[in-house]
Design a protein around this ligand. Structure first.
Ligand code: SF4
Length: 199
């Protein structure tokens, strides 16, 4: 099974609890105004296609990580591939956090006809749901982009009262092989990207 991947970072603390492997998938039809990843909108073009089993092996061999975060693009729009990847990563003892522009209610509706969507909901420890609203940046909850979004705790791997979910949001800058990547809290990360593009 294949998955189209836009970007990956092997160890980040800006995309969920602990040190995590972060994976951005290619393609999103939601297109929230102010989305900081517009280059990931188009399905079928951009990014690279990878074998899910190879990617799972790479993730599970990454030192220090406590889990996988899947962002986008829209992870639930490649549900079968993401579900299989998450199943393999979870079987390897890692946690799974999913980000989605769809609300949990919308995903439960989709799951009635799309088994991959249900499989993703079944395997996730955490889900951050809902459209990104650039006019309502979240300032209190870490790893949350805008105040309308909800973080759902599906398993006992994490608890909402853990202090790390309430500490300051972060932005990471990384220079690898001459390529600069910026990830983390969307609003300041986007300002930084625009500044770097114009300078
Ligand atoms: S759902 Fe996510 S990737 Fe899609 S447009 Fe909204 S913020 Fe961007």
């Amino acid at each position: 099974m294949k998955l189209r991947v836009a970007q990956k970072i092997r160890d980040t603390e800006a995309e969920g609890p602990g040190v995590r492997y972060a994976l951005w998938v290619q393609g999103c039809t939601i297109r929230c105004p102010g989305c900081c990843n517009p280059e990931m909108f188009v399905h079928g073009k951009g990014g690279v296609e990878v074998e899910v089993a190879d990617l799972a092996a790479e993730i599970l061999s990454t030192p220090r990580i406590e889990g996988l975060s899947v962002l986008g693009g829209e992870p639930f729009e490649q549900a079968d591939g993401v579900a299989e990847l998450c199943r393999l990563v979870k079987a390897g003892g890692k946690t799974v956090m999913l980000y989605s522009g769809y609300t949990l209610a919308e995903l439960r509706e989709q799951a009635k006809t799309k088994p991959g969507v249900q499989a993703m909901l079944d395997v996730a420890d955490l889900l951050l749901d809902g459209r990104y609203d650039a006019t309502q940046p979240e300032k209190a909850r870490r790893w949350v982009g805008s105040t309308n979004q909800q973080l759902h705790f599906f398993t006992t791997a994490y608890r909402p009262d853990e202090p790390r979910f309430w500490s300051s949001n972060t932005v990471e800058l990384r220079l690898e092989n001459g390529k600069l990547t910026i990830n983390g809290w969307p609003a300041p990360a986007d300002v930084l990207r625009q500044f770097l593009r114009s300078s």
